[in-house]
Design a protein. Structure first.
Length: 278
C-alpha cells in the first residue's frame, strides 16, 4: 500500500497571494509565460484554426493580430474593431486583436455572443448555436473607436484532478480538439494536463528498483486513475493499466500540450507528488 499527498501547482499559486515574497514567485511564473510564448504568427494561425472549425463560412470575415500588452494598458486584453480595409464582401469585416491566441479566440467568442447572439457551450448545455450570425459581408459593425476588454485576472484555470478519468479517458482526438477550442473561446489559459503522467511515474519508480510487476499492480486501470488522487485502490480485472495504453496516453499528452501551447494555453502539469511506501 502507499500513502501519498498531491500538491499541485494550483495550490502553490494560492500560496503566492499570502505574502509579498511568495507573490514574487507568481510574478516570475507570469514572466516565464510571457517569454516562452509561441511566435505571433503561430498564435494567429492557431486562432484562425479555431475559427475555421467553428465557422468555416466566415474565415474571410475576420482578421486576427497579436498586439503587445502596452497596447492593452499593461494587461492581457482583446480589441475588437471594424476592419479598416473592408470594402466588399470577401474581405475582412472585423479585426480581432489580442496579446495571445487565447485572447484573440476569446475576443472572437465575445463578438459572436454579444453582437451576433450566438451561443457556444458544451453539448449538454446547449451546444454551438450559430444560426443567428449574419452571412459574410453583413456582420454587425462595432463602435468606430473599437472595443477593448481587459482580462480581469491573469489566469483562468480549468478542470480538476479527477476529470481525466470521469470524462477524458474516453475521448478521441476529435473530441479533444473541440475541448481545446472551447477552452480558447472561453478565455481559459491555464488548463490541467494530467493525461499520461503514469509514464513518468513508471520511469521514476524504475530508478528506485521497483519491479515492472509491482508498478503494474500499483497503477490503476484507465477509468480508475482518478482514484490515485485520493490514494484509493480499486479491485477487479479492469483495475490494471496496460503498458501499451500508458505509453499511448503519454504521447497523447505530448500532442495535446503542443496543441494547447500553439494557442497559448499555458497548461499546468501535476507537481510535487510524493509516495511513501510501507
Amino acid at each position: 500500500m502507499a500513502t501519498r499527498t498531491l500538491l499541485t501547482l494550483l495550490f502553490l499559486l494560492r500560496l503566492c497571494s499570502s505574502s509579498p515574497i511568495e507573490s514574487s514567485h507568481l510574478s516570475r511564473l507570469l514572466d516565464i509565460h510571457e517569454r516562452d510564448r509561441p511566435l505571433p504568427s503561430v498564435q494567429e494561425a492557431a486562432a484562425r484554426g479555431v475559427l475555421g472549425r467553428l465557422l468555416p463560412s466566415h474565415l474571410s470575415s475576420f482578421d486576427f493580430r497579436i498586439v503587445s500588452k502596452e497596447r492593452c494598458g499593461g494587461k492581457a486584453c482583446f480589441i475588437i474593431s471594424n476592419h479598416p480595409s473592408f470594402t466588399i464582401r470577401g474581405t475582412p469585416e472585423i479585426l480581432v486583436q489580442g496579446v495571445s491566441g487565447v485572447e484573440i479566440s476569446a475576443g472572437l467568442h465575445w463578438y459572436l455572443k454579444n453582437w451576433c447572439a450566438a451561443h457556444i457551450s458544451w453539448e449538454k448545455t446547449g451546444g454551438v448555436q450559430l444560426s443567428s450570425i449574419p452571412k459574410p459581408g453583413f456582420l454587425p459593425v462595432v463602435h468606430p473607436d473599437g472595443i477593448l476588454i481587459q482580462r480581469p485576472v491573469p489566469w483562468n484555470y480549468y478542470q480538476n484532478a479527477v476529470t481525466s478519468s470521469y470524462s477524458f479517458a474516453w475521448w478521441d482526438w476529435e473530441r479533444w480538439e473541440k475541448e481545446i477550442d472551447w477552452m480558447a473561446l472561453q478565455g481559459i489559459n491555464l488548463p490541467l494536463a494530467f493525461t499520461g503522467q503514469e509514464a513518468i511515474w513508471q520511469k521514476v519508480f524504475q530508478r528506485f528498483n521497483i519491479s515492472a510487476s509491482e508498478i503494474a499492480d500499483f497503477l490503476e486501470g484507465l477509468h480508475f486513475l482518478h482514484g490515485h488522487v485520493w490514494a484509493t485502490y480499486m479491485d477487479g480485472e479492469d483495475r490494471y493499466l496496460k503498458v501499451g495504453l500508458m505509453i499511448s496516453l503519454y504521447f497523447r499528452r505530448k500532442f495535446f500540450t503542443e496543441c494547447m501551447n500553439s494557442e497559448c494555453l499555458q497548461f499546468f502539469l501535476p507537481s510535487l507528488e510524493t509516495f511513501l511506501l510501507h
